[in-house]
Design a protein around this ligand. Structure first.
Ligand SMILES: [Zn+2]
Length: 573
């Protein structure tokens, strides 16, 4: 039932610093809990610390859920770094009923509404089921995101009878569960005799349409009806029958299931998005059931009495979009914008209680993310002066917990600033040529390893994608082959003569470094008597037909000294 995803990082030893990172703090809080709570203590002794998360594979899974996976993975890693036995388990709630036709599905899928996701065919070939298709879309990205998780299937857990004990307890306490539901319901008592269990109809295979009304505790049999009008999204077949609730005969309703999983799996930590943590919402009902029916201490951040704090939303462009809409708001689609490592970094660096709003389209957010990552990296390798030692330690820990792949390199990876990479791919027009240019200009030594090369090429490829698809116009340009007439019309005579003096100097034999080129510009500005700002404006107009551009000395290096001179010489014609 399990598929283990282990990255090479498992073999790596990270020496944790003081508890300056949120994940280290959570690890310590839970360790203390297990010392004082006899039930949790026993569970941890048997199974270690189980960090658990779950998700219904009802369609493309939103990045908001991915935030939870990275948080849980990070907590498990922080625990292991402290020498605690811990693992992150992620379960696919694949026995949940199909209750909404998402826009990616053909209309023919309507007939499956009400059935468990695991019993519905995959919309694409090569997957066992609907559930497997949408869940795999995420889990196959886990290695890229550095998430180490044991993947489970909630449906299989029912089949194997893992829930049999909690099913029996819940059915024997059906009235108590009803009372808990009523306590949290704003409408007061819901006055229903419905049992806290939904059988799978033996006749039509639906689970969303069944109404269980009698529990025969002697025979351990449930009586149910498959109703036509129980829900408005699926129609039952009218079958009336008896079924054993055990070994996959059905499932709990969600809030009871959440509570039942904790003692069944032995969960010590499971947080969730804040939409689950509203008063009377699923978490408050689940912790009451866990406490009063199953006598199990609800996992961190909740206790038997307190719900605790959920993690915040991860929104894209200001909206908490649903899983069924839009490009790239899904977990798997996030790598359309930035490498998984950077998304992980953003999630590890940000406290779970802070909202993340990421708008990669038409903004400089991607640049800022790369710059923040590079800065953290320099701090990790002591290549960036930072006065506040606590902040330095925090950044170093963020870097460790964000790391994806094999052991962290002993030396700092070569950093190509993202704006530089973006300018370079625009000038060369191609990732490979941009890479060659980096070697030619000495930014990258020829002798780098394949892994180092791959890292730089990836950054260039993302820079190309960003400039082609998402960058604001300010960051986009085309290098003119000769100065365009419209640009020339915008230049004063003084600008043109300054640029021609500069051109002559560039045509000198020497290949200038960027610093020398800077000196050269100062000289030209002095000689020609125009102010520096005017010179820069003139140079960008001549080269890019824009009033602004990337750092001029870098731009000249990227275009080439001789090539720049050739463009400028067209001003004299
Ligand atoms: Zn039926």
């Amino acid at each position: 039932m399990t598929r283990r995803i282990v990255s090479k990082m498992a073999q790596q030893k990270i020496i944790p610093k003081k508890d300056i990172h949120w994940a280290d703090n959570i690890a310590e809080t839970v360790r203390k809990r297990a010392q004082v709570d006899p039930i949790l203590k026993k569970v941890v002794k048997q199974k270690g610390y189980i960090v658990y998360d779950e998700k219904t594979p009802s369609g493309k899974i939103h990045i908001g859920a991915g935030r939870g996976w990275v948080i849980h993975d990070c907590i498990a890693k922080a625990m292991r770094d402290k020498g605690m036995k811990a693992k992150f388990i992620l379960s696919s709630d694949d026995i949940d009923p199909f209750d909404k036709l998402n826009k990616d599905l053909p209309a023919s899928y309507k007939k499956y509404l009400g059935m468990p996701f695991r019993n519905i065919p995959s919309p694409e070939k090569g997957y066992k089921s609907f559930a497997d298709y949408y869940f795999s879309e995420c889990t196959q990205k886990f290695e890229e995101f550095g998430i180490e998780a044991e993947i489970q299937s909630t449906g299989k857990a029912y089949d194997k009878g893992l829930f049999n004990t909690t099913i029996k307890t819940a059915l024997n306490n059906a009235e108590k569960i009803q009372q808990i539901y009523s306590r949290f319901s704003r409408k007061g008592s819901i006055g229903t005799k419905r049992l806290p269990f939904n059988p799978i109809c033996e006749k039509c295979g639906k689970i969303g349409t069944t109404y269980a009304y009698e529990w025969d505790s002697e025979r351990e049999i449930i009586k149910y009806r498959c109703e036509a009008n129980l829900v408005d999204w699926a129609k039952g077949c009218g079958h009336e029958g008896e079924i054993s609730p055990y070994d996959g005969g059905g499932k709990f309703p969600w809030k009871v299931e959440w509570a039942a999983k904790w003692p069944t799996i032995g969960v010590a930590i499971e947080t969730a998005g804040k939409d689950h943590f509203t008063y009377g919402g699923s978490r408050s009902v689940a912790i009451a059931i866990s406490d009063e029916v199953f006598d199990y201490p609800p996992p961190y951040p909740s206790t038997r009495k307190e719900i605790g704090k959920a993690y915040e939303f991860f929104t894209i462009g200001g909206k908490k979009m649903s899983t069924s809409k839009g490009r790239g708001v899904s977990f798997a689609g996030m790598t359309d914008y930035a490498p998984a490592t950077l998304i992980r970094y953003l999630l590890v660096k940000t406290r779970p209680h802070a909202v993340i709003d990421f708008d990669p389209v038409g903004t400089n957010k991607i640049i800022l993310l790369y710059e923040a990552y590079d800065r953290t990296e320099r701090i990790y390798y002591n290549n960036e002066h930072i006065a506040n030692e606590k902040e330095a330690q925090h950044e170093k820990r963020v870097y460790e917990l964000s790391h994806v792949g094999g052991p962290i390199s002993k030396t700092q990876p070569i950093q190509i600033p993202f704006t530089y990479a973006s300018a370079l791919v625009q000038i060369t027009g191609d990732v490979k040529l941009a890479m060659d240019a980096l070697v030619c200009t000495g930014h990258v030594p020829e002798s780098i390893s394949a892994a180092e090369k791959k890292y730089i090429v990836e950054r260039l490829a993302y820079a190309k994608m960003w400039t082609d698809e998402f960058a604001p116009d300010d960051y986009k340009f085309i290098v003119s082959k000769s100065v365009l007439k419209e640009s020339k019309d915008n230049l004063e005579d003084a600008d043109i003569s300054a640029l021609l003096i500069f051109k002559d100097k560039l045509l000198g034999k020497k290949e200038y470094t960027e610093a020398e080129c800077m000196e050269l510009i100062k000289k030209v500005v002095d000689e020609s008597g125009i102010v520096p700002r005017q010179f820069y404006r003139a140079a960008y107009l001549a080269l890019l037909n824009k009033e602004h551009g990337p750092k001029l000395t870098s731009l000249i290096k990227m275009i080439g000294q001789k090539e720049t001179a050739l463009i400028l010489s067209s001003l004299g014609e």
